[in-house]
Design a protein around this ligand. Sequence first.
Ligand code: NAD
Length: 324
Amino acid sequence: MASPPHPNLELRPLGNTGLKLSCVGFGASPLGSVFGPVSEHDAISSVREAFHLGINFFDTSPYYGGTLSEKMLGKGLKALGVPRNEYIVSTKCGRYLEGFDFSAERVTKSIDESLARLQLDYVDILQCHDIEFGSLDQIVNETIPALQKLKEAGKIRFIGITGLPLSVFTYVLDRVPPGTVDVILSYCRYSINDSTLADLLPYLKSKGVGVISASPLAMGLLTENGPPEWHPASAELKSTCQAAAAFCKAKGKNISKLAMQYSLANKDISSVLVGMNSVRQVKENVYAATELATFGKDQETLSEVEAILSPVKNQTWPSGIQES
Ligand code: NAD
């Protein structure tokens, strides 16, 4: 029997969906061994720990680990043994190990495959995955209408879009009827080294669209261990982030906690989606949120780290070469 959710992990409304997401969301791409091998035991334990500490939001994609992440997450959720309405699941469509395909036919087939791997009857959110790689007009005219049919069929509850360039969100949202796209997922755009999502938040609010901000650790840049081999950042950005991590460590601080708290402090972001593959990381990231709620930000260290990162502030990378 599951213990009750942690009372201190804040729930935040997601746009007009009526959903309330835990402010820390569980990014399941690491369960696809995207950041190094993860055992089934560790994957299931991480999901269990997350749920028990109050995380109710889990995000995956058929692309992560070539479907492995969805399968692992499905096993973890099933092992919880709790009613389906106690957790919120998002997965994606249109991006696969074999390439991109945002056609109505492929995304309609894709949801059935995802539901089977996740061992679920429906997902709460289905997102078009990294739409900058497709034709945005196809997303507007073909993919989203196909997702609306999946909504009517009860296979998904809400529709989302994800991508790295922020311009893709305005392009699509300006061309679909209001209320058609419920959620956007942006990544690597609201962390200490890049906060460009902030400028878009008033627009998204005006559209009633829920905001999920992923990769608060900039896909590993803001960790003591550094990013994985495939990370697309420039050598300058990587070395500057490592210098910031070393600075924090020498001061007895942890850059990942600082980065989590930086993202969590903005309440216009419904959930900060962080990738986790161990019970230890789950505990650390939930603790970062509860500590922030109790004591506020470590402004002194944050200012010092911002100064170190200022030469690379908002420096991004071409979206053609990332692993998201
Ligand atoms: P992230 O910034 O969350 O970093 C994840 C890395 O940090 C992993 O190596 C993880 O093991 C490590 N980590 C986590 N907590 C840590 C801690 N406390 N201390 C040290 N290291 C820690 O990057 P991410 O996983 O790419 O992004 C989070 C999630 O957001 C993904 O899992 C995915 O669900 C989603 N996402 C979606 C898109 C998209 O739709 N295009 C893109 C990126 C991410």
